[in-house]
Design a protein around this ligand. Structure first.
Ligand code: AMP
Length: 216
């Protein structure tokens, strides 16, 4: 299956993508995670991306599309993948169509995680991520770790993403509305979109997403 997860920052895309990808046996491809890995490894690509990310802006398409394409062409993605955070504008969606077409492939579904904006802000403000594994995500109020600052799953250090600070979050939401939301209409015209109400327990949102994929 080839699936795309969309929704504003803080909608739970990373959490749901990790769970869904595991259940479906396909790789979870997050361009945000790929950028963060490049930044922590100090690669030239990471250096290019960092300034944009710190300001809550999109990394330029020429950098992002090439990186996403390379990842989608890895052997583990041959049988399908779940994209999280890519595409993030219409130009990237068009580029993805070309990449898929070249490989004789199509998208199966686009899941749009819907969460009210005030909830999104609360979720991001309290979000803490594990330095060792970015799929281990906590929240200081909604999903706290047992020991302060320590990941329950692997003992890694929990930290607040630089771009989860309030001023950057406002910019990211603005970018989401102006640049990313139009891709929902783009995929609606291809009849691929299912809206998933995502203001619910993590397991319930996963169940709704799996049902939308016909895997309930
Ligand atoms: P995320 O982890 O998906 O919230 O992404 C964090 C940041 O990485 C975004 O705010 C952007 O600066 C950058 N980023 C991630 N994916 C993309 C993309 N598809 N296009 C451009 N920038 C991206």
């Amino acid at each position: 299956m080839r699936i795309l997860l969309v929704g504003p920052p803080g909608a739970g895309k990373g959490t749901q993508a990790a769970l869904l990808a595991r259940s479906l046996g396909i790789p979870h491809i997050s361009t945000g995670d790929l950028f963060r890995a490049n930044i922590s490894q100090g690669t030239p690509l990471g250096q290019q991306a960092k300034a944009f990310m710190d300001e809550g802006r999109l990394v330029p398409d020429e950098v992002t599309i090439g990186m996403a394409k390379d990842r989608m062409e890895q052997p583990d993605a041959e049988g399908g993948f779940l994209l999280d955070g890519f595409p993030r504008n219409v130009a990237q969606a068009e580029a993805l169509d070309v990449i898929l077409k070249e490989g004789g492939l199509t998208l199966d579904a686009v899941l749009d995680l819907e969460v009210p904006e005030d909830e999104v802000v609360k979720r991001i403000a309290g979000r803490r991520m594990c330095r060792k594994d970015s799929s281990h995500i906590f929240h200081v109020v909604y999903s706290p770790s047992k020991a302060d600052g320590v990941c329950d799953v692997c003992g890694g250090e929990l930290y607040q993403r630089e771009d989860d600070r309030e001023d950057t979050v406002r910019k990211r939401l603005e970018v989401y509305h102006t640049e990313t939301e139009p891709i929902i209409d783009y995929y609606k015209s291809q009849e691929l979109v299912t809206t998933i109400p995502a203001l619910a327990e993590v397991s319930e949102v996963t169940r709704r997403a799996m049902a939308a994929l016909g895997r309930d």
